[in-house]
Write a protein that binds this ligand. Sequence first.
Ligand SMILES: Cc1cc2nc3c(=O)[nH]c(=O)nc-3n(C[C@H](O)[C@H](O)[C@H](O)COP(=O)(O)O)c2cc1C
Length: 179
Amino acid sequence: MARVLVAYASKEGHTEHIAHHVARKLEDLRQVTRLINLTSHEGEAGADDYDASIIAGSIHRGGFAAELMSFLMRHGPAIRTHPSAFLTVSLSAASHDADELAGLAEIADRFLFEAGWQPDFVEHVAGAVHDRQLKLIEKVVMHSVVRQHGEELDASGNTDFTDWRQVDRFVKDFSRKLS
Ligand SMILES: Cc1cc2nc3c(=O)[nH]c(=O)nc-3n(C[C@H](O)[C@H](O)[C@H](O)COP(=O)(O)O)c2cc1C
């Protein structure tokens, strides 16, 4: 049984949804988890006292939230001593275009280089479009990006591109590394 920290930054709530799912699945595998919402600046006391860390964040306009980098600046020394994973959430991860996937890898690599962090796992997970969370202009842009990808938007206004089986596979692989 390992103690796993799951810290996340989420603008429209989808990475939060994924982080909670990851924590639940880890607990199903008998790991003890703690979630920290970096976007709402939740308390970080004791954040260095874990056996493993998963840091999750979504991409907006080609980069990650500043809260993610500042968390790594504060807790990188502890995170570098144990198994860790970087879980990125983006629309690019839903793409089948090699250039777009290379661009995604480049954004993550640049972030990791700046953070001075080499996680054991880097998992790129496809995100979602939740219309109600978006400003009109964001909604127009996101809908056009989705259509350019040749994907459909759900009439409910919530279109989820996440491959949940991929997320579950990642949790199993990460958990195996802790035993
Ligand atoms: C304003 C805006 C900008 C975005 N920029 C990008 C981007 O540059 N690259 C990308 O792959 N996805 C981009 N996305 C898609 C988000 O990463 C995706 O919707 C994700 O699920 C958001 O996660 P969150 O709800 O946890 O913030 C953008 C979304 C919005 C609303």
